[in-house]
Design a protein around this ligand. Sequence first.
Ligand code: UDP
Length: 237
Amino acid sequence: MIKRVLVKFSGEALAGENGFGIDSSILKYIALELKSLVTLGVQVGIVIGGGNFVRGVSASESGLIKRTSGDHMGMLATVINGIAMQEALEYHGVDVRVQSALEIKEVCETYINRRAIRHLEKGRVVIFVAGTGNPFFTTDTAATLRAIEIESEMIIKATKVNGVYDKDPAKFSDAIMLKNISYEQALKDNIKVMDDTAIALAKDNSLPIVVCNMLLEGNLLKIIQKDENAVFSRVSN
Ligand code: UDP
């Protein structure tokens, strides 16, 4: 069984059908999926994106808002999602702490690596928010960075599709799911597993990237338990 894991959810995932904001039924569903891991004694770190509220690139498109400010807005959006997830987990009896890459000390802890690891060792879920704390990065990169820093065995990217495909499964019905691909292939073929910065960081540190469907109930647990029925794609050496 996997002992320590970092799970990345996109902000969009929280929006559900609405496409914006937070759908409480999705929040509850994710909290229960994560609880099933914690109950088994798995140490869980989480990163949630902010795309359900703001993305720096889109916010700055009109030219009115500078990209750096747009990215600050995006990072703050991830704080909103993290606080919501903290509540949902706590509601279901899971101990949890939020740590932010930007100091917002009235709201949550500031990211301190050793403190985060201590929380994990005590069985608390740690939600890492505000991305890397720097503009021009994504939460995929932030999640990869935190996964490496906390010495997670893998990063799980929870998406709306079952894994990595040779072409967009939403557009092509003959798209084939690739079970195992190399970092080089993920970079070269421009398969949008994660952005290039995140993949390169994972590659340099031999961190396996597992891509799975967050909507397949119980699948996250199967991945952690190395169950042969788990559905996912793996990007590694
Ligand atoms: N962001 C940033 N630095 C980081 C992580 C995120 O500036 O280290 C900003 C960026 O504007 C990004 C937004 O936060 O668009 C939300 O994150 P992301 O787009 O990765 O969210 P997701 O697509 O996963 O919902």
